[in-house]
Unconditional design. Structure first.
Length: 259
């Protein structure tokens, strides 16, 4: 049995009070172990100070990242670490261009459409995660969630006011359009979002339908206006082929073998 490693002694109460007053929480948490190690190994004071400051900087870098990721509301947490570009029908050069995220800086849109299971949700989420990692803000919605926002604010005519905070994000993703019928509130929510974001923010949508077929989901006039705004500065990626999820399931991947 491995003996438990004793916890380092707490730091001096006066030093802890100073670190609290100076709002250095990450340094305060790291200090007991760093100082105990420094004493045991007779480290140079400058090296100790450097280690404490590096811990504070690293902790501060992680905190905003975690906040941006939580606020984005990603559905699964998938990133490009799990993405295999060889399994996607989207051309590799197009994938590489999107991964630069330069299109977000130019306020361009992204449309990913195709059958279920071909990566049309995975790609926008991985791009969104990369954007968050790069310091940008992302907001993730379904069409139904936009409909809920419209319904909740229709009575007092505050729909426009409700859409405005969403546009604090650099990239707004609307996922799985066309999977379920779109009610009038959801259709209006999509139009209002695309209209308000036009040339100010990037909107990415994933859909079972090509944008030209959106009039199957919403009134033709509203669909035409939405598509016109969405496609004005848009990258369109069409996925194809069999479901990657189904292929992996049939090959026994993605689950632990039964013993």
């Amino acid at each position: 049995m491995t003996a438990a490693v004793p916890a380092p002694p707490p730091i001096d109460a006066g030093l802890e009070a100073l670190l609290r007053r100076m709002r250095l929480p990450h340094m305060r948490r790291a200090a007991p172990e760093v100082l105990a190690t420094a004493k045991a190994q007779r480290r140079d004071p400058a090296e100790v100070l450097r280690a404490l400051l590096a811990g504070e900087v690293s902790g501060r870098d992680r905190s905003p990242l975690g906040t941006r990721r939580a606020r984005a509301g990603f559905p699964t947490g998938k990133t490009f670490e799990a993405w295999d570009e060889r399994l996607s029908s989207i051309p590799a050069p197009a994938q590489a261009a999107l991964r630069t995220l330069e299109w977000i800086g130019r306020h361009e849109n992204l449309v990913v459409c195709g059958p279920s299971g071909t990566g049309k949700t995975f790609l926008p989420e991985a791009l969104g995660q990369a954007a968050v990692q790069a310091g940008r803000h992302v907001a993730w919605f379904t069409l139904e969630q936009l409909g809920v926002i419209v319904r909740a604010h229709r009575a007092d005519d505050s729909v426009t006011r409700a859409i405005t905070p969403i546009l604090r994000a650099d990239l707004v993703v609307v996922d799985d359009i066309g999977l379920l019928p779109a009610g009038p509130d959801a259709a209006e929510g999509l139009y209002r979002l695309v209209d308000a974001a036009c040339e100010k923010r990037s909107v990415a949508v994933s859909s079972n339908l090509h944008p030209s077929a959106l009039d199957e989901l919403m009134p033709k006039t509203l669909a035409t206006a939405t598509v016109d705004l969405l496609m004005h500065h848009a990258h369109v990626c069409q996925t194809a082929g069999d479901s990657i999820r189904l292929s992996q399931a049939l090959a026994g991947k993605g689950v632990m073998p039964l013993s």
